[in-house]
Design a protein around this ligand. Structure first.
Ligand SMILES: C[S@@+](CC[C@H](N)C(=O)[O-])C[C@H]1O[C@@H](n2cnc3c(N)ncnc32)[C@H](O)[C@@H]1O
Length: 394
């Protein structure tokens, strides 16, 4: 049985698996199950090979690539997606991290007298999402995080903070409501213990990042954190533009899930983080609301753009440019695996994607349908089905 025949026998639905461990750090729309890259990467690559995910999202591919001892390049237009990915891949020193968490708790509890903290610049808008007490504490926590000198630790703490914002808000329905800017009704506003929520998430992160690094060492014995960190690179911005800076024939395998046409809004889904991070001190990190519309303009296939004239043509043009770059950066004989889906409204998208990839020189080696778990369907109500596609550059 050759590799393609073997891959055809696998049930790619992985019905009993969901992403846990370090992935519980932060919610993100339309993530794929880690078992997909976790199965494909060993099948197509060797240790130290370069894996590329041009639509990095929450970093699922990166976690698997690094765990398996490969090198990884991830690209995404959404800085919050990269922030959570960085926190999953950086493996901070537990001692330094814990010290900083203690400092934040001390400052936020005000054990040694409560220092004055300026109100958040978006206080009025945030008031619509949070109880005043919760808002007050979150603002203190964020102010303390910003004081963290070590940039990487600061990013990890920002990712933890970002990951609790929905839970600490008074919007009790799922993330889709936040994405669509549906604020809780005034009578739904309830106080949440923001400090406990943050502390629980931070302690959980300390534990999970350690376990995650241990998992790396199963495949790359005795590798230090520093060595592991040197194996990944995260690039912000449009993937077609970023891929142009990658040398031809540099990549051993691409595994990714592009944004499905008209199904999700990735930047909008993180609107609470963008609101909170819109502070002068964080401006260089471009995580703030002032960049919101600009960032949205780089996002391909966004649901909110689906009614725009020519939106599908624009999407397909982008996809063709993406395939062109994918073909160029891949080594001869290497493969690209895609998880793709189509909405009921645009039922021919997968066939069009296949034709576009073939138009750039790829050969389709496998197309296999996968069943979307019910929980995921609820959030992506319009997705009818998904396929795994494997292409070869030969
Ligand atoms: C289906 S999600 C990927 C999810 C990922 N596999 C995971 O498990 O988290 C698609 C991603 O593509 C990103 N994206 C949209 N347009 C992009 C573009 N032009 N260049 C790079 N990334 C883009 C979105 O921000 C989103 O994170």
């Amino acid at each position: 049985m050759n590799l393609t025949e073997h891959l055809a026998t696998i049930d790619w639905s992985f019905p009993n698996l969901s992403n846990s461990g370090i992935h519980s750090l932060h919610w993100y729309p339309a993530t794929y199950v880690a078992a997909i890259p976790g199965t494909l990467i060993p099948a197509f690559t060797q240790k130290n090979d370069v894996i590329l995910d041009p639509f990095n999202g929450s970093g699922t591919t990166g976690v698997e690539a690094i765990r398996l001892g490969r090198k990884f390049i991830g690209i995404d237009t959404n800085p919050i997606a990269l922030l959570m990915s960085e926190a999953k891949l950086y493996f901070p020193e537990p001692k330094t991290l814990k010290k900083q968490i203690d400092f934040i708790v001390e400052e936020s509890e005000g054990l040694f007298g409560r220092a004055e903290v300026d109100p958040h610049p978006h206080h009025d808008e945030l008031k619509a999402w949070y109880h005043p007490d919760t808002l007050f504490t979150l603002n203190r926590i964020l102010t303390s995080i910003i004081k963290t000198d070590n940039l990487q630790i600061r990013k990890c703490l920002l990712a933890i903070f970002s990951g609790i914002l929905k839970n600490a808000s008074s919007q009790g329905r799922h993330w889709g409501w936040v994405c669509d800017n549906v604020k809780p009704k005034p009578f739904e506003i309830i106080s949440k213990d923001a400090l406990s929520i943050f502390l629980n998430a931070a302690n959980e992160y300390v534990k999970l990042t350690e376990l995650s690094h241990k998992a790396v060492q199963v495949h790359v014995e005795a590798e230090t954190r520093k060595q592991t960190r040197a194996r990944y690179k995260l690039l912000a911005g449009d993937c077609v533009t970023n891929m142009k800076s990658i040398k031809s024939e540099y990549v051993d395998f691409i595994v990714t899930s592009p944004p499905y046409y008209g199904v999700a809004d990735y930047i909008k889904s993180q609107r609470l983080s963008y609101l909170w991070f819109d502070k002068d001190e964080l401006a260089p990190e471009r995580l703030g609301f002032r960049d919101f519309e600009k960032l949205r303009s780089f996002e391909s296939g966004a649901r909110s753009n689906r009614t725009r004239k020519n939106s599908h043509e624009t999407y397909m043009k982008f996809i063709a440019a993406f395939f062109e770059q994918s073909f160029r950066v891949l080594k001869q004989g290497s493969s690209m695996a895609l998880v793709v889906g189509e909405s009921q409204a645009r039922a021919s998208t997968t066939d069009e994607l296949i034709a576009a990839a073939q138009g750039q020189g790829f050969t389709l080696a496998l197309r296999k349908e996968r069943d979307i778990k019910l929980s995921r369907r609820r959030l992506m109500a319009k997705v009818k089905c998904e396929d795994i596609l494997i292409f070869i550059k030969n």
